[in-house]
Structures are given as C-alpha cells and as structure tokens.
Design a protein around this ligand. Sequence first.
Ligand SMILES: Cc1cc2nc3c(=O)[nH]c(=O)nc-3n(C[C@H](O)[C@H](O)[C@H](O)COP(=O)(O)O)c2cc1C
Length: 337
Amino acid sequence: MNAFHIAHIPIDPPVALAPMEGVTDRAFRSLIRSFGGCGLTVTEFVSSEGLTRDVKAAWRMAELDAGERPVSIQIYGRDPERMAQAARHCEGLGADIVDINLGCPSKRVTSGCSGSALMKEPALAREIFDAVHSAIAVPMTVKMRLGWDDSSLNAPEIAASAEAAGAAMVAVHGRTRMQSYKGKSRWDEIRSVKEAVAIPLVVNGDIVDGASARAALAASGGDGVMVGRGVMADPWAIARIAAELRGTPFEEPGIDDRHAALHGYLDRYGAEDWENRRTTARVKAVCGYFSKGLHLASRLRASVQRARSEAEVREILDLYFAQVRERDASRPAVVPG
Ligand SMILES: Cc1cc2nc3c(=O)[nH]c(=O)nc-3n(C[C@H](O)[C@H](O)[C@H](O)COP(=O)(O)O)c2cc1C
C-alpha cells in the first residue's frame, strides 16, 4: 500500500489516527505514534470560538507534541472569519495541516450549527473553506460524513466544493449524521465522493484490522484509512493495520509492553495536567483500553476509577500487571476473542 500526499506532505503509511474528543489528546497521540504505523495524527476538534476568544481549554486541546509529524489540528465553528482566525492560530502552533470538522454529530456542536450540521448549509460551508484556505499557508483538509440523512447524501458536492476552495484531502466517515454510530460504515457509498474529486480521500468508519482496512479501501477507492474506535479497543490496531497493508510482520504486544506503554502514557502528562480533572478521567479510560481481554481487567478498571493521584494509578498498574504475569506465566497473555 503506497503513501499518498496531502499537498506536499507524504502520509506514510497511509493510516491516520482519527480525531476523537476526550481521547486523542497530545499524550494519547504521542503514545499511539510510538507503536509505529501511524502516518498522520489529528487533534480532538477544537472550537474556533474557544481559540479566538482565548479559552484556555481550547488552546490545550490544540497542543502538539514536539515529535509529532505530520499532525493536523481540527477546528469547528460556523463563523468564517473566526474559523480563518482559528486556522491562523493553528498554523502558529505548528500544525502541518488544518482540518475542518464537518462530521461531528454531537448535539452540543450541531445545535451551534457546526460539525455535521454544516453539511445542510453548503453555501456557508464553502464560505468557511474559502476563508480558512486563504488564511493559511499550510494545507487545509475537511472531514465529513456521507450527509445529514439518507435523503441528503451530499458528501460528493461538499467534497468538490472543498476541493474547489483549495482543500488538499477529504476524509469521509461512511455514515450520515442521523445514523450517528448505528448500522455500518458504508464504504461503497464513499466511492461517489472519491469520484467527485481529484484530491486524496481517506476512508473512515469501522476499520479495525488489516482485513477491514483492505475492504474499505477496495470498496471506496480511497487513498488511505483513518482509524478511531479501533484504537480504543486495541491501542496497537494502527501499527498492526499498517504492517498488514505493507505485508510486514507484526509482533503482538505482550504483558510487559502493555505495562510499559501505560507508564509511558502517564509520563507524557505534566504536573499541570494532573491537576486537571479531565486528564484524570482520560487516564482512567485509557487504562481500560490497554487491559481489554486481560485477566481481571474489570477489577483493574474499578481500582483505577477510585485512584486519586498519578502515584496511586501507577501503583495499581504495577500490582495488577504483577498479578497478571504471575497467573499467566504459562499461558497466552491475551484471552482470544
Ligand atoms: C469518543 C469519540 C470522539 C470523537 N470526536 C471527534 C472529533 O473531535 N472530531 C471528528 O471529526 N470526529 C470525531 N469522532 C469521530 C471519529 O473521528 C470517527 O469519524 C468515527 O468514530 C468513525 O470511525 P471509527 O469507526 O474508526 O471510530 C469521534 C468519535 C468518538 C468515538
């Protein structure tokens, strides 16, 4: 599977970590990258209102890791001028790419008429594309769904409009806004978007392993894949998918790798982060992702939920992994299935 380019930027391997609010912060992205196979990372969506009104939380969400290249900062909003200003801030923060969110189904975002609601307002979406594109020198990309609902599958038109405004890539999640996460991602319907544009297209939705990545690429004609929840279910999913697409061997992580990765993840947060309750909630969730399928994982999750400090989380992890090692000394580390 070949790399593709977003303008001059090679995406190699052509496997991206999807933006996920509450999950893909700087620490998580850096951790997933450290496993290899990740050709592009994208921040959680950042509010253009927040960035342009100097809201600390918005600026935190746009923080990048020094070694994180190429990286895209995703912004959302409905005011073209604020989106343009926010995009300039992103460029100033070191983003290689600025991505516009046209896919978020969350009521909080769509009731402000941004995210996927913008797919119902193609003229305003175009104004936003034009304003953002002319505000920045780095490439602009757009992430969208198939449309608002089944009676308005207008992703091909929106993608063509983004391309005409100068977008260098579109990513498409093969569901409508009204579908939310129900049903399956319709990779075959993404093909009509691919046929409407000459820029690269990244296919997204329900890609969890090499087989689903290949099937999504074949059905959509896409140039790359984007993986979200698959990484929450298995943090090594991207590394494994990239290896399978390249046809190179992949060494499954063992207990020691999981244990070390979690400490490495905790190391990636600074003291200031630990004072923030959002960080603690994220860490607790991530501990869950890394222990899925392991012996007594639910007990680990419950203990971590009760932890009140970083030191306590580390202590619980050490105890837990010691127990797992002891028990599994003569068995496979991960329960199949
Ligand atoms: C917890 C969560 C948060 C998400 N946050 C964002 C976001 O900030 N921006 C965005 O474009 N999509 C967001 N998404 C959508 C994902 O990027 C992706 O399009 C969707 O989950 C389908 O891909 P998947 O099946 O690989 O997860 C989010 C999804 C989840 C599960």
